[in-house]
Structure formats: C-alpha cells, structure tokens
Write a protein that binds this ligand. Sequence first.
Ligand code: PLP
Length: 378
Amino acid sequence: MKLSDRVERVPPSGIRRFFELAEEMDDVISLGVGEPDFSAPWAAREAAIQSLERGRTSYTANRGMRELREAISDHVAARYDLDYDPDDEVLVTTGVSEGVDVAMRALVDPGDTVAVPQPSYISYAPGVIFADGDPLPVPTREADDFKLTYERLEASGAADAGVLITCYPNNPTGAVMTASELEPVAEFAREHDLTVISDEIYADLSYGFDHTSVATLPGMRERTIVFNGFSKTYAMTGLRLGYAMAPPEAIAGMNRIHQYSMLSAPTTAQHAALEALRSCDDEVEEMVATYNRRRNLVLSRFEEMGIDCFEAKGAFYVFPEAPGGDAERFAEDLLHEQGVAVVPGNVFGEGGEDHLRVSYATGTQDLKEAMDRIEAFL
Ligand code: PLP
C-alpha cells in the first residue's frame, strides 16, 4: 500500500526503540518513561466509575462538557491568572497530543514554517510535518539553562516562521522560564507577528515558584494558544484528556477539525477531570512534593558522581550530560550492564546528543536503586 509522503518523512520514535530493548530484559528499572508512577486520585477514578454506572456513555458537546469547560476556566483563572470564556475560548481535547495536532492543522498551510525549539518533546516536529509544514529548529543550550532567548530565535531565522512552539516547564530538559525571561520571547513574537503554541502541560510541576503562562504577557493573549491537561498533574495519562485555550476564532478553527476527527473527547475521562479539578488539590500537592524530593535526590546523586547536571526546576525530568559525550552509547551500555533505562538526548533533536533524559516519575526505592546502579556502572 502506498503511504503518503508526510508519513514517510517522519521517522519512528527513538524512544520506542529503547523501550523495546528494555522490555526484552529482566530486572530493568526504567527512568525512561514520561508518565507519573502514581494512579489518578481516587475521587477522580470514582467519578469515572460513577459516570459509567449511570450510563453516561454517549458523546458530549464537541467542545467538551459545559461544566468541565467552566471548571477549567475557573481553575486557570485562579491558578495562572488566565482569563478564558468557557463558551467559546476553551476546547476539551483527547489529550494535549490531539490539541497540538489540531492546532498545527488549523494554523499551518503547506510549506509554512513552524519554529520548534530543540531539544524538544518528540511530537512537535512530526506534528508540523503531518500538517504539511516545515519544522525550523531553534536551538536552546545548557549555557542558557535551556531557556529560549531572543538572540537564538533571531539567529535561527524564526522571524520568518508563522508559528512558534514553546514548552515550559520543558520536556526533556526540565527547564522553566520566569515572566521576565519570557518577556523577550514575547517581544520577538509580537515584533514578527508569530502565533505561539504554548504547551504548559507541566505547569503545576514547577518547584519553588509559580508558573507563568506566556499568554499573560502584554499583547500575547491574542496570539497564543495555551495547552494544558490532566495527564501529568493528575496522573491521568491513560484517560486521554487535555484542553486548549485561545481567542474564539482560533478555538472555532480548531473545533472545526476536532468535530470531524474526534467528535468529542472521552466522556468518562471528562467526568473524572471535572472531579479532579473540584476536589483533588491535596493529592496533587502531595505528588508535586514527592516529585520535588526525588528531583533533589537525583540532582544530588549526580553531583556526588561528578556528572554535570543543570538544575532542572520543572516537569519530572533532569537532563545531565552523558559521561563520555556519546549519549546513545552511554544509554545502551548502561541498559545492558546495569539494567537501567534512560533516554539518550539525541531523540529530542539538536543539542540533546550529549545529554540523557532521566525521569524521576519512578518509585523512590527504584530511583535510589537506579542511582546506585548508575554509580556502579560509572
Ligand atoms: N506535551 C508534552 C510536553 C509532553 O511531555 C506530553 C507527554 O509526554 C504531552 C504533551 C502529551 O500529553 P497528553 O497525554 O495530554 O496527550
């Protein structure tokens, strides 16, 4: 069967190859996964169960349940100072994954350029290609703590892109950006009339300070689509629920695709999400505190081992330099010799090749054992 050129242009995910290797081995501790080791808070699970018991198994409104959109709007107002109308500025999606895909297709015409900072979450560049656009890599560097800067945007030619993707707190680096650090990025977007896709799925996993959404900076609300979701904060990856927030014309454009390709996000998950927003703050706080303790543990163990690791302040990843410089070789040897899976940074694009992504969304005992094994391997 002939596949489309856009499918042929996208290579299979490098992360998968590593998992496949790890799955064939016994006694492997995986620090490779990008999902919480917790289960969703019980109240959210119970709401899902009850929704099924009550027979709520039909579609919802295309944009998502009205009650959920209201709860989302209230939540982001209270927590991030974002102001979106639940009627026409919120779209509930099947994960941030669907949201970003739909946004690309709503914004990008064939041949349009989308600026994609590197290293980055593995789905962005393929998403651009599936929308028939061209990803433009914008390097971020450890010297800048992997923050996006005006200079790097300018030097990479992002002025000619129509769209810029940002993701802070960041996967894979764990980097965060404060309001004053985001301001020059916003200035660049305003100057060059860029639309910003801001993936803020790790917003709640910021350690030691409050997350700032780029959409709250002057002149940014009208040019930004903000994404957040339930996968990471509420440990609900398998329920597949996220949301997009943007001015009405952007949400209407995205909904035009979403209503044909998805109809509506999963109904059971929407009930779980509504309860998560209503009553699960304490559980989230506990999970965030646990991640933070693990982050400190991993950072201090790497320091003791003499591995250079910049201080990641968000998400649940650290991004140390690979001893010896060849991340792929290091990760493969570590897996075979000590049964610890980490992800070589090259799968996240340019600038990642001499780094490793180490996830601490793993039980604390396993994490300690994995760090001992890494030390033994060194
Ligand atoms: N965005 C980022 C930055 C991620 O790291 C991930 C998952 O790893 C996603 C989006 C996917 O989110 P969802 O489960 O809501 O589709």
